[in-house]
Design a protein around this ligand. Structure first.
Ligand SMILES: [Zn+2]
Length: 100
């Protein structure tokens, strides 16, 4: 089981959270101008990274806030979490040393 640190509540068991998928996906500025292929790419295509990756989590059994977690998809190690200051540039609060 993962131990995830909510930026508002502290460390809690994984069962209190819901994963929202890959972080840092920018919504197109003018969605109506996109082709069907480009819109489908935005909606459905994800990197599926092997190793360190950033993803959105919701503390659904607690404060219900969304935040970013940096997690290794191979080892399940969690490097840190951060509030959603800006979807493109959140800052990790507690970077721990990690091996890539
Ligand atoms: Zn929380």
């Amino acid at each position: 089981m993962l131990l995830i640190k909510c930026p508002w509540c502290g460390s809690r068991a994984e069962t209190e959270f819901s994963c929202g998928g890959e972080a840092d996906i920018s919504r197109p500025v003018e969605p109506a101008s996109l082709s069907d292929e480009a819109w489908a790419d935005y909606l459905f295509m994800r990197k599926n990274t092997r190793g360190w990756h950033r993803e959105l989590w919701n503390h659904s059994q607690g404060c219900r806030q969304w935040f970013v977690v940096e997690r290794n998809t191979v080892t399940y190690q969690v490097a840190g979490s951060s509030k959603l200051v800006s979807p493109a540039t959140p800052t990790l609060q507690d970077n721990e040393s990690r091996a890539d």
